[in-house]
Design a binder for this molecule. Structure first.
Ligand SMILES: Cc1ncc(COP(=O)(O)O)c(C=O)c1O
Length: 481
């Protein structure tokens, strides 16, 4: 069937929704999407684009002029340097400014672009200095790249600022972040509660790795608060979930689940990949630890694997760092440099992708060749209200089920020209993935069925191409089904 013609989702204008909570985070701009004259699209959910991006800041930071740090003329922006008001700059930066500048450190050369400190280690002025650094390295003192590196530290500081956490630790991949956050805090006998709608590798860590070391894991339907309530018991150590699940885009209510978890003293670890650091502010909504695969929207150009764990200084430096630095999953300086460059455009990219995703979802919905279209920005999504409240957007991802199962799905994918068949997401290039045969292949058929991962399901990561071209490509794909 011919997909409906699509008129641009036109500029919505909007109103400020000041929900009056305890911090600026509650200040959203709610863009009402005018769904065009044809208004066939039931895209009535008010997509709330959070522009404030102003996060609760707990990191105490002071900027100092070159040379004022005590490190001869080396770094420009040092964390937690105190004792000088010289060169202090406003800490009231908005998200876009933070994405470009936060955490930057400049050498004596004054380079504009962040430098790549492509070094495994650091020379000490004396044996005494080496000894002192191994006892306790200062915030801008480095020992070995597995422990920390100036380029990596810039990326960690920038991500912590965006997330509103005190600190962050960068890892070699998203899975190093997920496993690092969990394994570093757990021991044999501990109990973890997790949603069951998870990316295949996340599920593997919970089902196969943690349990091998004597951790008890209870799985719940992440959308059902009663199940969280029943599973979290006094002594539960951690709660884990993807705030928007891969690939079926189920949302977990961060605020409600965090309240349940905190009631029993559990630490809330959120994999926030699908929700993106731009749309979601999970820590302000109650999460304790937020992890990302920065391979996705943070890089945004499909160049490098990376991950990050964001949390309190105590958790990051006291729990995570000792685990990751000794087990070896740290991020390389080159990757950190890629991620820093990705961050500069992340806000613009995510918003452009979400705009296109909303239009595409509206175009696809009701197509006779599809049995369902899943997009949190559509009225038809069962958690559309939660999406509007929690992330203020429908996001950059959608999923749809092609009637006719695997054969039909493959015919559709093979007919695409612009949209690539791959398994990354959050990339500038649009990507379709067939989860049943790729990312979730490992799961038994019954488990896939229970999670809604059907043979016809396509996951679609909307890229930065012109949306009209994407729509034409999708229509050509569906015509081939
Ligand atoms: C929700 C989620 N978490 C974690 C990961 C793992 O990230 P990486 O591939 O960077 O290890 C992915 C990858 O697709 C993911 O979708």
């Amino acid at each position: 069937m011919q997909a409906r013609g699509v008129d641009p989702v036109r500029k919505g204008v909007a109103f400020l929704c000041l929900s009056g909570g305890e911090c600026e985070l509650n200040r959203y701009t709610r863009a009402l999407v005018d769904v065009s004259e044809t208004s066939a699209y039931r895209l009535g959910v008010a997509l709330c684009y959070r522009i404030a991006g102003h996060v609760k800041k707990t990191a105490k930071e002071v900027r100092v002029r070159p040379g004022a740090s005590g490190l001869p003329g080396f770094f420009f922006g040092l964390r937690e340097q105190s004792g000088t008001a010289e060169g202090m700059m406003s800490k009231d930066w908005k998200t876009r400014t933070q994405l470009v500048h936060e955490g930057s450190r400049r050498s004596q050369y004054g380079e504009m672009a962040e430098a790549i400190f492509m070094t495994q280690g650091f020379a000490y002025d004396s044996a005494e200095q080496a000894e002192a650094r191994f006892i306790k390295a200062g915030p801008d003192e480095f020992v070995y790249a597995r422990y920390g590196n100036p380029t990596v530290r810039m990326f960690e500081d920038r991500m912590a600022a965006i997330e509103g956490t005190e600190d962050a630790f960068a890892t070699a991949s998203g899975m190093a972040a997920v496993s690092g956050a969990l394994i570093s805090m757990l021991k044999s006998g501990d109990h973890v509660v997790s949603s069951k709608a998870l990316f295949g590798s996340c599920l593997y860590i919970l089902e196969n790795i943690l349990t091998r070391f004597g951790v008890k894991v209870s799985f719940v339907d992440g959308t059902d608060l009663a199940q969280w309530e029943a599973a979290c018991v006094p002594g539960t150590k951690a709660v884990f979930f993807e705030s928007m699940s891969n690939p079926t885009l189920e949302l977990v209510d961060i605020e409600a689940v965090s309240a349940i978890a905190h009631e029993v003293g559990a630490t809330v670890v959120v994999d926030n990949v699908f929700a993106t650091p731009i749309f979601s502010k999970a820590v302000a909504q109650g999460a304790d630890v937020v992890v990302y695969s920065t391979t996705k929207h943070v890089d945004g150009q499909g160049r490098a694997l990376g991950g990050i764990i964001c949390g309190t200084k105590e958790f990051i430096r006291g729990v995570v760092e000792p685990y990751v630095k000794h087990t070896g999953g740290s991020m390389s300086p080159f990757t950190a440099w890629i991620m820093l460059n990705g961050m500069a455009t992340m806000d613009l990219r995510c918003r452009a992708m979400a705009d296109s995703a909303a239009r595409i979802a509206a175009m696809l919905e009701g197509n006779a060749k599809l049995s369902s279209v899943i997009y949190p920005g559509l009225y038809s999504h069962p958690q559309a209200d939660l999406a509007a409240r929690q992330i203020g957007s429908g996001g950059t991802m959608l999923a749809f089920d092609i009637k006719g199962g695997k054969d039909a799905a493959f015919r559709f994918m093979n007919a695409l020209e612009i949209i690539k068949i791959s398994n990354n997401l959050g990339d500038a290039k649009s990507i379709v993935t067939h989860p049943v045969t790729t990312t979730h292949q490992r799961l038994p058929a019954a488990q896939k069925a229970a999670l809604g991962i059907t043979p016809g399901l396509i996951r679609f990561s909307v890229g930065l191409e012109d949306v009209e071209d994407l729509i034409a490509d999708l229509q050509a794909g569906l015509a081939a089904v």
